[in-house]
Design a protein. Structure first.
Ligand code: SF4
Length: 178
């Protein structure tokens, strides 16, 4: 069986910390933040609401797993206006997420990945005109599942905010030991 924490570190994540799945609260009000469309992904990608399914479905899926990890990509930036550095760190996070997911899928592992931001595997998402090109590699964001990321971090003793000169992107990986 894969050592999930080791695989996450080898995929490049900066911070890999234990997560207790019992701390996860799937909140409809977080989904309302998606609907406000500040990230401009709402109703534009199979991994985002409304296409990604109901919050209650994700809560049920998550209940099947008894182990978890919080995975963070922490990048440097000059200040909170340094958009270029934030985009670079976000892209790095996606590379790490895809690398880890590909590795776990190739090993035949059963896991649930809730990521940071919309799916960017394809240059252009097929949504809504055709099915997802890689449904087995399609993972919604933590927010799309109704998870309040800063609260999940707090509940598991993991920093969410690393200060003005850092930017962190946080993902959540659930798995089970038997
Ligand atoms: S894998 Fe491609 S088609 Fe599927 S959600 Fe991601 S970007 Fe869209």
């Amino acid at each position: 069986m894969t050592d999930f924490a080791q695989a996450a570190r080898e995929s490049g994540f900066t911070n890999v910390a234990p997560l207790d799945p019992a701390t996860l609260k799937f909140l409809p009000e977080v989904r309302s933040m998606c609907a406000a469309d500040r990230c401009r992904s709402y109703d534009k990608n199979w991994s985002c609401p409304p296409a990604c399914g109901e919050i209650s479905d994700w809560e049920k899926k998550a209940a099947a797993y008894d182990r978890g990890l919080l995975l963070q990509t922490v990048g440097d930036r000059e200040d909170s206006y340094d958009i270029e550095a934030m985009l670079e760190a976000a892209e790095e996070n996606k590379r790490q997420t895809d690398a880890l997911a590909d590795r776990l899928l190739a090993a035949g592992e059963d896991f649930l990945f809730m990521t940071a931001g919309t799916c960017t595997r394809c240059k252009t998402c097929t949504y809504p005109d055709a099915p997802c090109r890689f449904p087995e590699k399609l993972f919604p964001s933590m927010e799309a599942c109704g998870l309040f990321v800063s609260q999940v971090c707090k509940d598991n003793g993991v920093p969410y905010n690393y200060g003005d000169e850092k930017i962190a992107y946080t993902c959540c990986l659930l798995y089970h030991t038997i």
